[in-house]
Structure formats: structure tokens, C-alpha cells
Design a protein around this ligand. Sequence first.
Ligand SMILES: CC(C)(COP(=O)(O)OP(=O)(O)OC[C@H]1O[C@@H](n2cnc3c(N)ncnc32)[C@H](O)[C@@H]1OP(=O)(O)O)[C@@H](O)C(=O)NCCC(=O)NCCS
Length: 394
Amino acid sequence: MAQLPRYGRPDGDADRRAYAAIVAQAFAGEAELFEGWVRSFGDDVRVLRAEELQAGLVIYRMGQFFGGVSVPTWGIAGVAVKPELRSRGYARELMLENLRENFESGPAISTLYPAAPKLYRNLGWEYAGARCMFAANLSELPVAETELVVREAGPADQETIEELYRLRHGYENGCLDRSELIWERVRRAPRETPLFGYIAERDGGPEGYVLYTQKRQSATSFRYDLLVRDLVCLTPDAAAALLAFFARHRSVANRVQFYAAPDDPLALAVARTTELSQEQRMQWMLRIVRVKDALESRGYSRHVSARAVVHVVDAALAENAGDWTLDLADGQMRVSRGGTGGAQLDVRGLAALYSGSFGPAQLRAAGWLSGASDQDAALAAMFAGTAPWMPDFF
Ligand SMILES: CC(C)(COP(=O)(O)OP(=O)(O)OC[C@H]1O[C@@H](n2cnc3c(N)ncnc32)[C@H](O)[C@@H]1OP(=O)(O)O)[C@@H](O)C(=O)NCCC(=O)NCCS
């Protein structure tokens, strides 16, 4: 029998179960639940093997919005190595093999949440955006009257919800163009409480929605908090209607938690009447896998015409390294090999520039951009945008 490659797809159900056991142990979960989770990825599982299965990961095929355009990405998750085999370089080998596969046959970028940032940074991923969770006291939320009606959402509203999500988040740098697997995560009710859904609409026209669960403060308390999974408001009236909807739980509930952009209009609406605390901030990482494809596939302003040369440094993917000329006109970026006089730009810095999280001044302070600075203003204009974020964790 031909020997299986060291890196590749699991060879049948026994391999899938072996990988599920590795992730379940790594993340302190139940093996059975993780078996279902691994199965849901179908072919999008990768493992490292010798005599036994040693490590693995899963790939979410989805998109991420940059400059108003959905750029296909591989979302990497479930990276885990058997505990007795750690610190031997297996995770590095797995990620490097995956990066090479991604370069050769995958999309132009890769996105992940790091539990071990050094592992990914060494290979060219960099922090490029945030997931911020805010909390507010229900008793202090504004209770304004609007013309909107808040009604319970049913199964038939899924299309409306997805459309509203896209209308609002499609113009937010970093937000996911959610795949079915990501939508399933958003819609899945936890074991202990139902998931509630409501739509805010004006004369039958939807302007926002909320999906949330309720969590008791303690086993002995009847009071609870509202944990928002997903909150989309296209208009200030939708925000006002949904905030008032939350406030009307205040006789039995204390707080509402939700995810929003660092400077979200919704967060500002809340902060007008009550202190808004940031409870959690997680950072996701981005890898520019193929420089030319990645740069040419995101969106840009039609009102910026600029040219810049950069000398990209990429130790893990030599094909990306060297001089590139960036030409932006009419909202279309054209990237060609060569050019002279460009500043040195680490591929990790390119990820932060691409997402809009860092401009040239921040890149220089971080040590990712060095040398000639005469084209910094051109780079700043090309990638100018609002702070990148996403409400999802994967
Ligand atoms: C994190 C994990 C995947 C690393 O696997 P590994 O095979 O031990 O890692 P490697 O030996 O290839 O080390 C690669 C790099 O990651 C870093 N790293 C390894 N384990 C780490 C840990 N537990 N915490 C932080 N960084 C770690 C190392 O410093 C190393 O960098 P270096 O070569 O510059 O020193 C492994 O410890 C694991 O399975 N942990 C539980 C699950 C988990 O946390 N997965 C990550 C999800 S994003």
C-alpha cells in the first residue's frame, strides 16, 4: 500500500476521530461533540502523521470584507498537537505546509485567532483587527419611541437576516462574508438556553435585527444578562428601537453584552446615556498569502489615484519577496513585479496595512516599514479606512 503523505487530508473516519480526540483534549471539550464538528468540515481538515496522527487543523472557506469587497480567505482553526509531542516543531511544520498549500491552490489571504501568536507571527501572520465585546446597564439605556416595530424572527427570516448583515457589515473592514458553517455557529443555541431573534422593521421593511441568549447571573439569582450574538442596525431608529427593546428587560435583567466595532455608531448611541465598558478585546491575525492576488482583490476608493513601490520581506514564502509596484486608479489596484526606491515592508506589516489597522506611521513605529519614506503618503491614501474588526470568533 502506498505510504500516506506526512501532511494532507485525513484518511477516512478513523483519522477524523483521531484528530477530533486531539482537538477535544487540547480545548477541554467532549470527544463526541468534536467528532461532529470535525465531520462538518468535510474535506477541509488537514493532519500531520507519522506512524500515528500527530496534529491537525480545519479550514473555514469564507470571505472577509476589505474596502467593501469580499476577499476569499481560509479561516484556520482547531490547530492542535498531541500533548506529548509538543515543542518539537510539529505545529510550525503543519502551518508551513498549510501555508504552502494555500499559496499554491487556496485563496490569497488567511485569517485566524491565535492562542500562540509567536507560532503564527514567525510564519508571516500578524494582528490585523479586533473583536470587541461591550457591556451596558439595561437600566440606563435610552428608551426612545420610534416608528419601528420589533417583532419575533422566525425561520423564514433567515434570508432577511443575512441580507441585513451584508448591507451593514459588507462595508466594515475585516468583517466576515460568512459561510454556512459560520452562520451555523451564529444560529446555534447553547444547551442551557434558547436563542432568541427579533427584527426591527418600519412598515414591514426590515432595518435591523438581534440574536441573543439569556444567562442567569448565578444559580441562585433570578436576574440575568442578555448576551447578544449578532446585532445589526442599518439606521439610528433601528438602534433606538433595539436598545429600547433591551431596556424593557430591566425589571429582571441587569446588563446587555454585544460585539461592535471599536467606534461603532451603535456603541456611541449607547454611550450617550450610560457608561459603556469594553469587557473583552480579542485580536485576529491576517496572512497575505499571495501579494499580487491579495492586493488586486480587495476594494479601494475610486477617488484615490496613487502609485507606490514596496520591497516585501517574506521569509516563509520566497515568491512574495522583492519589489512590487502598486498602481491604484478607478478603484482598481494593479500590482506588477519590479520598481525601484521602495521602502522595505515586512509581509506581516503588509497584513496590518491591508486590513487598515496600521498606516505607514504605525508600521514604522512597529519596525515593519523602513527606508525611503517619500511614498508613505501614497500608501496611507490607498489603504485608508475605518478600523478593522469582526463580531465573529471561529
Ligand atoms: C499551540 C500548539 C499548537 C503548539 O504546538 P507545538 O508543536 O508545540 O509548537 P511548535 O513546537 O511547532 O512551536 C512553534 C512556535 O510556537 C510557539 N509555541 C509553542 N507552544 C506554545 C504555547 N503553548 N504557548 C505559546 N507559544 C507556543 C513556540 O514558541 C514556537 O516558536 P519558536 O520556534 O520561535 O520558539 C500546541 O501547544 C497545542 O496543541 N496547544 C493546545 C491547542 C492550542 O492552543 N492551539 C492553538 C490554537 S490557535
